[in-house]
Design a binder for this molecule. Structure first.
Ligand SMILES: *Cc1c(COP(=O)(O)O)cnc(C)c1O
Length: 430
C-alpha cells in the first residue's frame, strides 16, 4: 500500500504541531507506524491522501453513527452557514435541541451546551461540588472523562496508551480530591465513601466503559452505585459522551433503566461538530449561572452551525429508532464472525460487545475492569492493527479503545471485515 503522501505530511506536521497531531491517540504510538492523513470520507469509507480506501470502524470516535457525510447534516450546516457562523446571543435552534435532548435522555430535565466532552465533564464536576458543598470525587480506573485535571489521575485512553497514567502538570492538590476505584467493584466504592464520609461530591462513571476497550457493567453494579449515591447524598454522574444516543435513543441510562443525577454528552450530539452538553435534574441544573451560583460559560457554546449539525443528527435518531437495531445487528454479525475466527484458530482472546460497540482483547482473561484489560498483549494488538490496515480496515489505533459501528456498513463490508480479521489473526499468531 502506498502511503507516501501521508508520510510526507506527517514529517512536515511534526515540525509545527506537537507529535504531528492535535490529539495524542491519532499518532499511532500504541500500534507503531505513522498516522494516515485523511482526505475525505463518505458513508462507511475513509480515503487517505494517497486515495487508499478503508472501512471506517471508528467513525470519528463515535459521532458518525449514520456514516460519513450524511446528506441531511451537510445540508443543515450549509444552510446555517449562510446566516453567519456565530452571534454570541441565544438562538431558536438552542431551544429546539435542548427540548429534544430532554425528551430523548430519560434523566435530563435541563441541559447546558458546551464545546466538547471534556468541557461537559469538567463542568458537571464543578456543579456537583458547588451543589453539595463537598470537594472529593470518585472515578473508576480505566474510565476516561476528557483531559480535565481532576480526571488525569490514573486516567484512561490516551494516557494509558502514552504509558503516562498521571500527567505532569496536574497539581498534587487536585490529585488529592480524586479517588479511584476499580470498575465493577462496588465494595471498593463503599470503602472510599466510608473513609470520606460527607466529603464525596460526585461519582462519575462511563456506564459502559469504552476507553479501556468496551467493558460492560456487571449485573447490579450501576444499581448499587445509584443506591449508594442516594444514601450518601452523592451526585451520580453518567458520562455518556460515548454511549449517549449510541446504545439507545436515550443512551445507557435508557438501556439499563437507571437515572443518574447528571449526564455528560458529546460525540454523537454534535453530528461531527465540536459539541458537548451536561444536563440533569432541574434543581441541580438551576444551580448553574446565571440562575445559580456555579459559574460556567462559553463564547461559542450553542454555536448555530454546530447546533444545526447536532439537531439534524438527533432529530434523525429520534425519528428513526430502527437505526439502533441496524447498528446492533451489524455488530452482532461482525462479533459472531470474529468469534468464529478466534475459535477456529484456537486462540484464547476475549471479545466484549454491547449494541454497536465492541472490542477484541488480546488476553485469555475475561475483561471486566482496567486490571484485566491491562493483561492484553498490546504489541500483538499493534501487529493486528497494521495487518487490518493493510487489508483496508481502519481500527482504533490502540488496544484500549472500542470500535463503533455505523448503520451504512453493507453485507459486503461486514464480510470484508470478518475475512480481514481472520487473515490478520492468522498472520500475527503463526
Ligand atoms: C471522548 C470522551 C470524552 C471527552 O470528550 P472530548 O470531546 O474528546 O473532550 C469524555 N468522556 C468519554 C466517555 C469519552 O468517550
Amino acid at each position: 500500500m502506498n502511503t507516501a503522501k501521508s508520510q510526507e505530511l506527517f514529517n512536515q506536521a511534526q515540525k509545527s504541531i506537537p507529535g504531528g497531531v492535535n490529539s495524542p491517540v491519532r499518532a499511532f504510538k500504541a500500534v507503531g507506524g505513522n498516522p494516515l492523513f485523511i482526505k475525505s470520507a463518505k458513508g462507511a469509507y475513509m480515503y487517505d491522501q494517497d486515495d487508499n480506501r478503508y472501512i471506517d470502524m471508528i467513525n470519528s470516535w463515535g459521532p458518525m453513527i449514520l456514516g460519513h457525510a450524511f446528506p441531511a447534516i451537510g445540508e443543515a450546516v450549509a444552510e446555517a452557514v449562510k446566516s453567519s457562523l456565530s452571534f454570541g446571543a441565544p438562538t431558536a435552534k438552542e431551544v429546539t435541541i435542548a427540548e429534544l435532548i430532554v425528551d430523548m435522555m430519560p434523566s435530563v430535565e435541563k441541559v447546558r451546551m458546551v464545546n466538547s466532552g471534556t468541557e461537559a465533564c469538567m463542568s458537571a464536576i464543578r456543579l456537583a461540588r458547588g451543589y453539595t458543598n463537598r470537594e472529593k470525587i470518585i472515578k473508576f480506573e480505566g474510565c476516561y472523562h476528557g483531559h480535565g485535571d481532576s480526571f488525569l489521575i490514573a486516567a484512561g485512553s490516551g494516557a494509558i496508551t502514552m504509558g503516562e497514567p498521571n500527567s505532569p502538570g496536574v497539581t498534587k492538590g487536585v490529585a488529592l480530591d480524586t479517588l479511584t476505584a476499580p470498575f465493577n467493584d462496588l465494595e471498593a466504592v463503599k470503602t472510599l465513601t466510608d473513609a470520606n464520609q460527607g466529603n464525596v461530591a460526585a461519582i462519575i462513571i462511563e456506564p459502559v466503559a469504552g476507553n479501556m476497550g468496551a467493558v460492560l457493567p456487571n449485573q447490579g453494579f450501576l444499581e448499587g452505585l445509584r443506591q449508594l449515591c442516594d444514601k450518601e447524598g452523592i451526585v451520580l454522574i453518567f458520562d455518556e459522551v460515548m454511549t449517549g444516543f449510541r446504545l439507545a435513543r436515550g443512551g445507557a441510562q435508557e438501556l439499563f433503566n437507571i437515572k443518574p443525577d447528571l449526564t455528560t454528552l458529546g460525540k454523537i450530539i454534535g453530528g461531527g461538530m465540536p459539541v458537548g452538553a451536561y444536563g440533569g435534574k432541574k434543581e441541580l441544573m438551576d444551580f448553574v449561572s446565571p440562575v445559580g451560583p456555579v459559574y460556567q460559560a462559553g463564547t461559542l457554546s450553542g454555536n448555530p452551525v454546530a447546533m444545526a449539525a447536532g439537531l439534524t443528527m438527533l432529530q434523525y435518531l429520534n425519528e428513526n429508532p430502527l437505526v439502533y437495531k441496524e447498528v446492533e445487528d451489524t455488530a452482532i454479525k461482525m462479533v459472531a464472525g470474529m468469534q468464529q475466527n478466534v475459535e477456529s484458530l484456537g486462540l484464547p482472546y476475549t471479545i466484549n460487545h454491547i449494541g454497536s460497540m465492541f472490542s477484541i482483547f488480546f488476553t485469555d482473561q475475561k475483561v471486566t475492569d482496567f486490571e484485566t484489560a491491562k493483561s492484553c498483549d498490546t504489541a500483538l494488538f499493534g501487529k493486528y492493527f497494521q495487518a487490518m490496515l493493510q487489508k483496508g480496515v481502519y481500527l482504533a489505533p490502540s488496544q484500549f479503545e472500542t470500535l463503533f459501528v455505523s448503520n451504512v456498513l453493507s453485507d459486503e463490508d461486514i464480510a470484508h471485515f470478518i475475512k480481514a480479521n481472520g487473515e490478520a489473526l492468522k498472520e500475527i499468531t503463526s
